[in-house]
Design a binder for this molecule. Structure first.
Ligand code: 5GP
Length: 144
């Protein structure tokens, strides 16, 4: 299926709707998920248009994964998480609801269950606080 530029993440990239931004590189943008499955849940999206992993330029995927690694390390540090989960859905049957490629990054603790996918909207103030913690961790991130 073709890429539809009217999707919500394309609108965020074009600045047409707001997002709580965490990190930006030449190739990607990272922002807070509006319905977080755990505190600190962020989304990394490539600036280049693709519907999902299946139609993405492999060079873009490579650059994206470098940024995913960076943000995942920062999210884990910011929330003192025991682990960090990456999730990426391709097409409706697999759970995809927004059709611009994105990677979910979710901090995890062994004894804390995730909230539902597409559940309650978080308060903007809480998302703002979480974003600030991740930005601080990014600034202090040691080399790999
Ligand atoms: P998926 O397509 O992988 O199923 O999920 C899309 C994700 O985007 C969901 O986790 C949902 O909470 C998030 N989301 C949907 N609409 C918006 C929005 O307008 N802003 C932000 N920041 N996240 C959104």
């Amino acid at each position: 299926m073709a890429y539809d530029p009217s999707n919500i993440f394309a609108k965020i990239l074009r600045g047409e709707i707001p997002a709580i931004k965490v990190y930006e590189s030449a190739q990607t943008l990272t922002f807070m998920d509006i319905m977080p499955r755990a505190d600190g849940h962020v989304l990394v999206i490539p600036k280049a248009a693709s519907r999902n992993l299946l139609d993405a330029d492999p060079a873009i995927l490579g650059a994206m994964m470098a940024d995913v690694q960076k943000v995942a390390r920062a999210v884990k540090a910011a929330f003192a998480a025991e682990g960090v989960m990456l999730v990426q859905y391709n097409e409706t049957a697999a759970g995809q609801t927004v059709f611009h490629l994105h990677m979910h990054i979710i901090p995890r603790f062994a004894d804390v269950a995730l909230r539902p996918h597409g559940g309650a909207m978080a308060k903007p103030e809480a998302l703002g606080e979480h974003a600030a913690k991740i930005r601080k961790a990014l600034a202090e991130l040691p080399e790999v």
